[in-house]
Design a protein around this ligand. Structure first.
Ligand code: ATP
Ligand code: MG
Length: 289
């Protein structure tokens, strides 16, 4: 299987991008998928949340400048099948540093291409910063798909239209594989009507693109990063662990469906080769009886 690049993106802050990046990656790794998590946020929360010390190793920044090969920045996490390219605060200067270049929207592609082409990983998961800036655009230019975490709160959909427009523009401008594979409802509160109403509203807009799996609000999920552990190591049997394991399972099932749909689109069909025959009396077959 080719390496697929999945971006976790939403310009809204605090919606569960990083929590999902860490735990979704760990659950895919548990299912024996080879995963590279790339922390594209200068806040470096995915880096510390997976157990690496912030600032101890280089971010992707020098690879964006073309100074080093992206491969040399890969670090092991303590988790089997899960590697990371960490982040640190210097990444905050990356947007300004690369903005002067003509190919400033494709720097991540150049940095990551040898890793993608090597096929070592099944999935590369990009934890995006909460903005629609240059790093986000770079992420979309290399991504096959985008997962949008939405918090089950009032105004969850606010600003989403702009992001969907940018995804469409980048797809049309040269990354035809790019698609929004799923909307993930996070911090679902079982004891409020609001969560339920928000999910209903989002399904009205996005239909079956909304993941069946809902991520509940779960205090264990918010504690785990301070121990530098994904939830399935920190508390393997809590509801947060169950939810992210379900997400990984649903995601892999959707991958198979998507591949089948793409293969179907590429199949020649009779109607694409032979123009429809005009019906006329001469063409009608004699009917016996
Ligand atoms: P940013 O935009 O700043 O990068 P983010 O979208 O990556 O934020 P997170 O950092 O994943 O969001 O989550 C924001 C906060 O909410 C964190 O403190 C996290 O621990 C907490 N949180 C995320 N998901 C859940 C959950 N399902 N249950 C409880 N707390 C959660
Ligand atoms: Mg984050």
């Amino acid at each position: 299987m080719d390496t697929k690049v999945v971006a976790l993106a939403n310009q809204k802050g605090g919606v569960g991008k990083t929590t999902t990046a860490i735990n979704f990656s760990a659950c895919l790794a548990e299912k024996r998928k080879k995963i590279l998590l790339v922390d594209l946020d200068p806040q470096a929360n995915a880096t510390s949340g997976i157990g690496l010390e912030k600032g101890a190793s280089s971010s992707i920044f020098p690879a964006l400048l073309g100074e080093v090969d992206g491969v040399s920045l890969i670090q092991k996490t303590g988790i089997k099948n899960l590697d990371i390219i960490p982040s640190e605060l210097d990444l905050a200067g990356a947007e300004i540093a690369i903005a002067r270049r003509d190919d400033y929207l494709h720097r991540l592609r150049e940095a990551m291409e040898p890793i993608v082409d090597s096929g070592i990983y099944d999935f590369i998961v990009l934890d995006c910063p909460p903005s629609l800036g240059i790093l986000f655009m770079n992420a979309l230019n290399i991504a096959d798909e985008v997962i949008i975490p939405l918090q089950c709160e009032y105004l969850a959909l606010e600003g989403l239209g702009v992001m969907v427009d940018i995804v469409n523009q980048i797809r049309d401008a040269g990354n035809p594989r790019l698609h929004i594979s799923g909307i993930l409802m996070t911090m679902y509160n079982v004891s409020t009507n609001l969560s339920q109403q928000v999910v209903q509203e989002v399904v009205k807009h996005f239909g079956d693109r909304v993941f069946e799996t809902l991520i509940p609000r779960n205090v264990r999920l918010s504690e785990a990063p301070s121990y530098g552990k994904p939830i399935i190591t920190y508390d393997p049997y809590c509801v947060g662990s169950a939810a992210y394991r379900n997400l990984a399972k649903e995601f892999l099932k959707r991958q198979k469906q998507h591949e089948a749909e793409v293969a179907d689109e590429e199949l020649p069909t009779l109607s694409s080769v032979v123009p429809p025959v005009e019906s006329s009396e001469e063409n009608d077959l004699p009917v016996s009886g």
